[in-house]
Design a protein around this ligand. Sequence first.
Ligand code: NAD
Length: 359
Amino acid sequence: MSEDLQSLIEEWDGLGVVASHHRETGSWIFIALHDATLGRPTGGCRLRSYRSPAAGLRDAMRLAEGMTYKWAAMDFRYGGGKSVLAVPGPLEGSSRRSLFTRLGHVMNALNGGYGVGEDLGTTPEDMAFLATVTPYVAGVRDGEPVPDPGPFTAAGVHAGIAAAVAHLDCSPGLDGVSVLVQGVGDVGRPLAKLLGDSGAKVMASDIDAGRARAVARECGGTTVDRREVYETPCDVYAPCAVGATVNARTVRTLRCRIVAGSANNQLEVPEDAERLRRRGILYAPDYVVNGGGAMAFGLMERGIRDPGRLAERVRSIGRSLAEIFDEAESDGSSPVAAARKRALRALRQPAPPPPATGK
Ligand code: NAD
């Protein structure tokens, strides 16, 4: 083991890591298990190239820790885990399947100690294939297409936006509320539709201007040039494209009352949470408001597939956020700090231990 991998493991406060080298493709498989207090460590599988195996392991550890807080803040009984397939380059066909076969075998050896789903670089097809090797793939059932997480994530963001508006205006409903959706892809598009159906005034923006126009048409909204997003007056800015769009520069120019969207890592640095608070802009912590897809897949993995029940559970993200906003207000802190406190509280109330065998 190289010095670098060793020091990463020595310094980590998580439960442990599983590492496997897949000689055939020259890839590393890392499964990082951060915390199992609330239940089985569960999180997506990321496939990409890293500059070193240690960089892949570091990413797996960071993401697994994020999952611990994501599940806990949403009050959901899973633990924090994540896997990384650190590949030397693009991988297709039989070599890709061979790598996923190895991942499945490693997961079987853990006997349900880690539950997996899709993440950056992996596809529904990868998950369907992996499910032929191991039963611990969230949301996948024999012969059925793998569901798209985007609409579930969008439903959670919609509930989160409604909770934020209710917190500021003390009135339910989104009628007449203006929402600028930045990035109208897998999440942003269904979100725009839900918002339009709720009576909100949707403004769609995308680097693909044609896509923004199509989505605006679909939901009876308008478009905003991608270069004018941060200066455009709106009630809610919903970042649903890339991370770090909330930073020292944009916080100065934003003309919204609320930031709530699906993008991961919206804040460039943690201090941006406080910057938003000082400007009086209510921020829905990204890892709470964008948890709908993960939550739905976690529920499906437990056999809950009824769309009504799934939707109801995903809407509970709105209640979690309402509590986070209230707590932040009474503490005089940012919602990010309140979400962290809530997660730590949940982690002090462990779930009963899992059964000794099986799934
Ligand atoms: P996607 O690739 O389907 O859509 C992203 C959209 O944003 C595309 O239409 C793209 O053209 C546009 N875009 C990219 N860069 C842009 C920019 N700088 N300005 C404006 N538009 C831009 O991705 P997605 O699945 O909809 O995910 C969106 C975000 O939400 C990502 O940050 C993702 O990590 C996060 N997220 C997604 C899910 C999910 O269920 N898909 C779950 C949690 C978090």
